[in-house]
Design a protein around this ligand. Structure first.
Ligand code: CMP
Length: 139
């Protein structure tokens, strides 16, 4: 089915000026960018977005990292967009990610892994609502 998912190009990628290379991989996988903005999160933005991870040992570092530079937030649309995006991203850690995936090619380590993608259709809806107004999404 046609779905939507939320994608974030993280500070390690904006810093290295490789957002276009990452978007090409998303588009090549059949995903369509139907909303996009470049923002610099405050601590509160990162904490709210990653609230599910608040008790994890990596949470504090994650919030620091995600507020260390600009990010590009997108809504992607396509056939099975959530799973398709997760496939093209690859495993969380670049070490475990398959050849050809974004994280394998561009990820630095398990934290600086270049992209985020929603892990379920339900979470995609929540994350999209958190990041975009309805009129900013042009499908
Ligand atoms: P993301 O898919 O955005 O979800 C949570 C993020 O926390 C993850 O990508 C990484 O950037 C970061 N992170 C850092 N350490 C870990 C870890 N041990 N396990 C999972 N995520 C981690």
């Amino acid at each position: 089915a046609t779905e939507r998912t939320l994608s974030i190009i993280k500070p390690d990628a904006t810093e290295r000026n490789i957002t276009g290379k990452i978007i090409s991989k998303l588009e090549d996988a059949g995903l369509r960018v139907i909303a996009q903005k470049r923002v610099w999160w405050k601590k509160k933005d990162a904490k709210d977005f990653y609230e599910v991870h608040k008790d994890r040992p990596f949470f504090k570092d994650l919030v620091s990292y995600m507020t260390s530079g600009p990010i590009v937030i997108q809504v992607l649309e396509g056939e099975d967009a959530v799973a398709t995006n997760r496939k093209v991203m690859g495993a969380t850690s670049p070490v475990d990610a398959e050849e050809g995936t974004i994280r394998k090619e561009f990820g630095v380590n398990i934290e600086r892994n270049s992209v985020h993608g929603s892990d379920s259709v339900e979470n995609a809806k929540k994350e999209i609502d958190m990041c975009f107004a309805k009129k900013e999404i042009v499908g």
